[in-house]
Design a protein around this ligand. Structure first.
Ligand code: HMG
Ligand code: MG
Length: 305
């Protein structure tokens, strides 16, 4: 299949990127990160999560983050909501798009949201209905699509089943998460083909963590199947507190470089993005893990082409 001519990037650094940071990140820095990401041209920026502060302390300031966002034309700020309480709080804080999140692995579902797969779907149904009522869009996440830290292999059909349930209840898009970054291009293809038999390809997004360094080739495999929505995180920030050892998301800089090289213009200012990644990494006391960012910064420092 020909590669898609247009690709949408969902920037998840303010949520996935920061949720696992050990050191508290101030609300001011989070808001500034989101502002800078908007200036880079990103149109969908996952801003925060209305989850339990006991479970994820880093997201405790969700409402304050929302209060500090500036509306930008064509830019949406989706947020994660684990239950009705989270949904109501998100809507009260001004969210116009939310995401429910479950897993294709029973063990991970229990660890992450403290309920079974079946219970999670029962929890999400009234949420999606209430969101629709409030004219709020709902995205769905499936975690552990290529493997689970507690259960090992996850069957592609289990992923397809869960993705279909989310789509069927009204999620406008389903993001398939390789939460622990253990996938390979071949496994990615098999899993996406299984999902695409149950969910229209245009409604599928892919979300790769880069633990084993395969995220960018997995994206290439997904692109070849026609997937056109990818989640990524500036500077490769990210990780899930309930998936120990998992690395960050694929770096947005690397994804943009890949797309530019393929002649697919994602509409992002790469130089500004590299600056944003360098800035937030410095604030957090890390080096950017993005290979593209490191190369771009080294090239700048050397003054070479
Ligand atoms: P629970 O303990 O089963 O539920 O947690 P509960 O109803 O007994 O509530 C526990 C406490 O949380 C109570 O406080 C509630 O009031 C409070 P207490 O009475 O003990 O003081 N609470 C809340 N507080 C704020 N907002 C809420 C809320 N709900 C309850 N919405 C629950 C169940 C789902 C709440 C919990 O398990 C939770 O918050 N989990 C979130 C886990 C999470 O955020 N994980 C990371 C995001 S998922 C991810 O990273 C994967 C993804 O990137 C894709 C991929 O990579 O695969 C999306
Ligand atoms: Mg993730």
């Amino acid at each position: 299949m020909a590669l898609p001519s247009k690709v949408k990037i969902v920037e998840v650094s303010p949520r996935d990127g920061l949720q696992n940071e050990a050191k508290k990140v101030s609300t001011r820095i989070k808001i500034e990160l989101i502002r800078r990401l908007g200036e880079c041209g990103l149109k969908s920026i996952e801003a925060t999560a209305f989850v339990s502060a006991k479970w994820v302390p880093q997201m405790a300031d969700a409402a304050k983050v929302m209060a500090g966002l500036s509306p930008l034309p064509g830019v949406s700020y989706p947020v994660l909501t684990p239950n009705l309480r989270g949904l109501e709080a998100a809507i009260a804080a001004g969210a116009r798009e939310v995401a429910v999140f479950g897993a294709a692995s029973e063990a991970f579902s229990q660890k992450n949201i403290n309920c079974s797969i079946a219970e999670s779907l029962e929890r999400f149904r009234p949420m999606v209905a209430a969101a629709k009522e409030a004219d709020v869009k709902v995205r769905g996440y499936v975690s552990c699509v290529l493997g689970c830290p507690y259960q090992g292999d996850v069957a592609p059909n289990a992923v397809a089943e869960f993705a279909h349930a989310l789509f069927d209840m009204g999620c406008y898009e389903v993001s398939l998460g390789d939460t622990i970054g253990c996938g390979s291009p071949e496994k990615t293809k098999i899993m996406i083909e299984a999902v695409a038999r149950r969910v229209p390809l245009k409604k599928i997004a892919a979300h790769f963590h880069d633990t084993w360094g395969m995220a960018i080739v997995n994206i290439y495999a997904a692109l070849q199947l026609g997937v056109s929505v990818f989640d990524s995180s500036v500077a490769g920030l990210g990780g899930c507190p309930f998936a120990p050892g998992a690395a960050g998301n694929v770096a947005t800089e690397d994804l943009v470089w890949l797309l530019n090289g393929l002649g697919i213009d994602p509409g992002i200012d790469l130089e500004k993005l590299v600056d944003t990644g360098a800035w937030i990494s410095k604030e957090l006391g890390h080096e950017p893990v993005s290979r593209v960012a490191r190369a771009a910064l080294a090239r700048r420092a050397a003054g070479t082409l």
